[in-house]
Design a protein around this ligand. Structure first.
Ligand SMILES: [Zn+2]
Length: 463
C-alpha cells in the first residue's frame, strides 16, 4: 500500500535480457512460463493471461477461469476458480467453504500479485501431485482468486489505474473524498465495481477474503477507517495468536488503522463491513528488486504462503458454528438448552425458533442469547408463549459473525435431542405423543362421565 517511486531502467534492461534468453536459449514450448522465469520475474498481464489459460486447459477438473469484467483500457480481470469440480458439495452434503482472494489493486505492487498467483499454484500443483492437503482443500473448498485486479496499472508500473485513481480507496464503505485519489465517488472505477459485483454474485457467503499488497510486512484486519476494533475481534485475535504460535512470531497481525495507517474506502473494510467476510490485507515487504538475486519467489514468499495455507485449511472455523447438545422443553414455561460453539467467531443474536416444517412459518421465537467463540452456554429461555403442535419443529437461528452485515443461519435441531417435559401441576400433556393425548382425553372424559353419576358419602362431586 505504500506509495513509492521506482526507476524502471534496471528492470527494463533485465526484461530485455530475459526476453532474449527465452527467445533464443529456452523457447517456450508450453503456454506457461518455465519455472526458471516464473520464479525470478513478475507477471505482466500478458504472461498472466497465458498462465491462467494454461491452468484451465491443463486442469479442467479443478480450474475454471472467468473474467469479472474489464479495466478502463479493456483488459480482463481474470478470476481463477479452483475446486474439485466433479462434486458440487462436500461428502456430507453440505456446501463447500468459499475463499476469495485478490491481488494487484496497486499495479506496481508485484510481490502481492505474485502471492495471489503462488497461492493458486500451490493448490493446483498439489492436486496434480496427489498431496493430501491440496486434495482435501479442493474437495471441501472453492478458491476464487483474482490475481491481478489492476492490469492497466501493472502494465504502466504505477500504483493507480488509468484514471489515476487509487483503487483501494474507491470502495463503497466509508468512502472519503479527502483520501488521496479516491475517485469521483464510491465505485467510480470499473475495476472496483467489477470486484464488488464478483463478490456479490459468486461468493456472497465466503468465510475468508484476503487482498494482497506490497508495502509494510503485515497481515492487517479491519478496520482502516477507524481505530475501533472490529466486532469480531475475538476471531481476528485467535488467528493472530495461532499464527504467532505456529508459523511466525514476528509477522505483525493487527488492525489496519494502527498497523498501517488510517484509510477509507478500502476493499478490506468493504469486504468485512458490507459482505461480512473475515478479511485481511496481506502486505509483503517492499523489497521487490529480487532480480539479480538467486532467491526464488516461492522461497521469498514462503512465510506468506504458509499463513495462507493455515487460513484456507481452517476456514470452517471462521464463523460461529452452533451445535445443540441438550434441550429440554417445558411448553408454556421454559426451554433449557446446552449449546456449543465449535467456531472461532462469537454470535450475539442467537435464538430458538419453533417452526411449522411444511410452511417454515415461525410459530414461536425465543429471546436472543449469545455464545462466545469456541465456548459453550447453558441458557434458560422464557417459553410462556410456546404451544406445541403437530408438524412443529425446533431450529437454531443465529448470525455467522457479530458484524451487522453477517448472514443468518437457520439450522434444524435434531428432534431426538429435544426432551419434552410435562408440567403436571398445570396439566400439560406430553408431546410429541399427540395421539396419546387425544386417547387420554377420551379415556378421561369417559372415566369422568362414568364417575359423575356417583356420589361419595361426603356429597362431594369429583370433576
Ligand atoms: Zn497496496
Amino acid at each position: 500500500m505504500r506509495q513509492r517511486s521506482r526507476t524502471r531502467s534496471r528492470a527494463t534492461a533485465l526484461l530485455l535480457l530475459f526476453a532474449l534468453i527465452t527467445s533464443t536459449l529456452a523457447p517456450v514450448t508450453s503456454a506457461q512460463q518455465p519455472n526458471i522465469i516464473q520464479e525470478h520475474w513478475y507477471h505482466s498481464y500478458t504472461t498472466l493471461t497465458y498462465d491462467v489459460q494454461a491452468w484451465e486447459s491443463d486442469h479442467p477438473d479443478i480450474v475454471k477461469v472467468i473474467s469479472a469484467g474489464t479495466t478502463v483500457l479493456g483488459r480482463q480481470q481474470w478470476v481463477v476458480q479452483i475446486s474439485d469440480w466433479s462434486v458440487d458439495n462436500k461428502s456430507d452434503g453440505s456446501p463447500k467453504e468459499k475463499v476469495y482472494i485478490d491481488g494487484g489493486h496497486h499495479g506496481n505492487e508485484h510481490l502481492g500479485t505474485e502471492l495471489a498467483f503462488l497461492t493458486a499454484e500451490f493448490y493446483i500443483e498439489g492436486w496434480d501431485d496427489g498431496e493430501e492437503e491440496a486434495v482435501e482443500v479442493l474437495q471441501n473448498t472453492e478458491l476464487h482468486i483474482m490475481v491481478l485486479l489492476n492490469a492497466d496499472g501493472n502494465d504502466a508500473d504505477t500504483r493507480w489505474n488509468t484514471n489515476q485513481v487509487d483503487l483501494n480507496r474507491n470502495y463503497d464503505h466509508h468512502w472519503a473524498p479527502e483520501e488521496t485519489r479516491s475517485g469521483s465517488g464510491p465505485f467510480s472505477e470499473p475495476e472496483t465495481r467489477n470486484n464488488a459485483d464478483y463478490m456479490a454474485e459468486w461468493v456472497p457467503d465466503a468465510d475468508l477474503y484476503v487482498t494482497m499488497h506490497t508495502g509494510t510486512w503485515i497481515l492487517a484486519y479491519p478496520w482502516g477507517f477507524t481505530g475501533d476494533m472490529p466486532s469480531d475481534w475475538e476471531l481476528f485475535e485467535h488467528i493472530r495468536d495461532t499464527i504467532h504460535e505456529t508459523i511466525d512470531a514476528d509477522l505483525p497481525v493487527r488492525n489496519a488503522n494502527a498497523g498501517i495507517y488510517p484509510t477509507h474506502g478500502t476493499s478490506r473494510d468493504y469486504g468485512y463491513g458490507v459482505m461480512s467476510y473475515p478479511t485481511f490485507t496481506f502486505e509483503t515487504d517492499d523489497e521487490q528488486t529480487l532480480l539479480g538475486t538467486v532467491q526464488s519467489l516461492s522461497d521469498r514468499l514462503s512465510v506468506e504462503l504458509e499463513v495462507m495455507r493455515y487460513l484456507i485449511s481452517n476456514i470452517w472455523y471462521w464463523r460461529a458454528r452452533l451445535n445443540v447438545t441438550e434441550m429440554e422443553v417445558t411448553p408454556g414455561k421454559e426451554v433449557v438448552l446446552h449449546v456449543v460453539n465449535n467456531g472461532h467467531a462469537t454470535t450475539e443474536n442467537a435464538s430458538i425458533q419453533y417452526v411449522f416444517e411444511d410452511s417454515m412459518e415461525v410459530l414461536w421465537q425465543s429471546e436472543n442469547f449469545s455464545v462466545n467463540a469456541s465456548n459453550e452456554s447453558h441458557v434458560t429461555l422464557d417459553a410462556r408463549n410456546l404451544t406445541l403442535r403437530p408438524g412443529g419443529t425446533f431450529a437454531l437461528h443465529y448470525m455467522k459473525r457479530v458484524i451487522d452485515s453477517s448472514p443468518w443461519v437457520h439450522q434444524p435441531i435434531d428432534p431426538d435431542l429435544v426432551k419434552i417435559v410435562e408440567e403436571t401441576e398445570e396439566g400439560w400433556l406430553p408431546y410429541p405423543s399427540a395421539a396419546l393425548s387425544i386417547v387420554c382425553m377420551i379415556v378421561g372424559a369417559i372415566y369422568s362421565k362414568s364417575r359423575s353419576n356417583q356420589r361419595f358419602p361426603s356429597g362431594d362431586e369429583i370433576n
